[in-house]
Unconditional design. Structure first.
Length: 481
């Protein structure tokens, strides 16, 4: 995966930036921005931010305002370059990845992803291709700001990804993992494969606004607080985010965020693709070597990379949603958290036992996910712990009883978490504690056990840190581990 970390200059003395706020911005925030010499370029419906222009001097002053959460550069991101191509017509009939993960069995049972809304956040979609025309439902072009997200990229990147997800089961060419899924194109990359950060987060914002179920992201670049904010906002709104992990030594963003499923690529022998990144963020593996799919002018091509692996996972998620998913985490809601958990627990383990940095939980498996739909057990509870306003004292209270529980806290940006354990009206000082996170490496995990086999506990989680800082808390019954 290649990306360029330069920042476009909007005017001679101004920079293109994303300004994030702690609260939903309105007229006051826009006035504040303009009062600091800034110009608003784009507003978002769900992200608490503006795309704007500011001088270096104005940025320094505005960062000191307590309303402002972050100011980041409107960096340029890029698509994943194709690593292999073939024009051999014989290969067009071989959608090996789709069959390898068990999609064919699902199709024979009429599980094809029908009525599931999948968006391709990429270079657009060639919706005139006969394999994609019937499934294409619309979208938006954030490069030219119109409703025609046609793929004009030199390598048909978005079109190729779309075909892996939902090419029609018409008996010719190739077939997608979910051949009846509703496809939406969110064009955030130009014909050369580059796109501004503001286009990308606007595309994610559009997905939330338009009730998209799954967003496939085969884009990579550096960390940005604005991109992380956009992904977390979408994930918390119920959108499943699936991203290519990258074709290099490290996992790129947004795949590396906790709110996103990072996908690596494998070959026909279930070995890691030569291009694939490794790291603790890898969550799932999927076919990514020599993948045939749709390209411009009603043609087909064979490409390799994590860009080709990610849509296999997106398609599998669409099949799960169309077949019906259980409330795995027992929170009373069937949503993206349940789909994600089912994908993890049904994956076929590869490499080292359990989750590892090469294959994650393992190779995505349509057959196992569908067969184990009633058997997969999830966490007892999972939630995001977020620090509210500057003087807020928000808490999350969880009641546990009748089992041994494993509590895991995945920190994102908190300074710490105060954990108070109450047994009736008695505070259990022997079980209560203050968890501190290192400022130098805020993203870390803390795990501990609580034995409530013969009693009942109320656990109070209180976040410590700046407003907007957060961590994810997961609680499992030890008997289900």
């Amino acid at each position: 995966m290649f990306f360029f970390g330069f920042t476009p200059v909007a005017q001679a003395e101004e920079r293109a930036v994303i300004v994030g706020f702690h609260d939903t911005p309105g007229i006051q925030e826009e006035t504040l921005l303009r009062g600091h010499g800034g110009g608003v370029k784009r507003k978002f419906r769900h992200l608490k931010a503006f795309a704007a222009t500011l001088s270096d001097e104005d940025m320094v002053r505005l960062r000191k305002n307590p309303k402002v959460k972050y100011i980041v550069e409107d960096t340029v991101y890029s698509t994943i370059e194709p690593l292999d191509a073939s024009a051999d017509p014989v290969e067009y009939l071989n959608s090996w990845g789709v069959e390898h993960i068990g999609s064919k069995t699902a199709h024979s049972d009429n599980i094809t992803g029908e009525r599931v809304r999948v968006a391709v956040l990429d270079s657009g979609i060639d919706y005139t291709h006969p394999e994609l025309a019937d499934n294409y439902q619309g979208g938006w072009d954030f490069v030219f700001n119109d409703n025609d997200p046609f793929d004009d990229s030199w390598n048909s990147h978005g079109t190729h990804v779309a075909g892996v997800i939902a090419a029609a089961a018409d008996g010719s060419g190739v077939v997608g993992v979910a051949p009846s899924a509703a496809l939406y194109g969110i064009k955030v990359l130009d014909g050369a494969g580059f796109g501004l950060l503001s286009w990308i987060i606007a595309g994610i914002d559009w997905a939330v606004e338009n009730d998209i179920d799954i967003v496939n992201i085969s884009i990579g670049g550096p960390h940005s607080a604005a991109l992380q904010d956009a992904c977390e906002t979408a994930y918390n709104a119920g959108v499943l985010l699936v991203a290519a992990a990258g074709n290099g030594s490290t996992i790129t963003y947004p795949a590396a965020y906790d709110s996103v499923i990072a996908v690596t690529g494998t070959d026909k022998a279930d070995q890691k693709g030569w291009f694939a990144s490794t790291g603790p963020q890898i969550e799932l593996a999927a076919p990514g070597v020599a993948i045939n799919s749709t390209t411009a002018d009603n043609t087909y091509a064979e490409l390799s990379g994590t860009s080709q692996a990610a849509p296999h996972v997106s398609g599998t998620a669409a099949l799960l949603l169309s077949s019906g998913v259980d409330d795995i985490n027992a929170d009373g809601i069937i949503n993206n958290l349940d789909v994600r958990r089912q994908l993890q627990q049904s994956a076929r383990d590869l490499g080292d036992a359990g989750r590892d940095e090469v294959f994650g939980f393992g190779l995505v498996s349509v057959e196992a996910a569908l067969e184990n739909n009633d058997e997969v057990e999830g966490p007892f509870l999972e939630f995001e712990l977020t620090k509210d306003g500057k003087y807020g004292c928000n808490k999350n209270i969880v009641s546990l009883s009748g089992d041994m529980y494993q509590v895991s806290i995945r920190n994102i940006s908190l300074r710490g978490v105060h954990i108070a354990v109450w047994e009736g009206r008695t505070r259990r000082s022997d079980l209560s504690e203050m968890v501190h996170f290192q400022r130098q490496s805020p993203e870390e995990d803390v795990t501990f056990f609580l034995d409530a086999s013969d009693t009942a506990f109320d656990i109070v989680f209180q976040p410590i840190g700046k407003p907007g800082a957060s961590a994810r808390v997961r609680i499992d019954k030890a008997s289900s581990l």
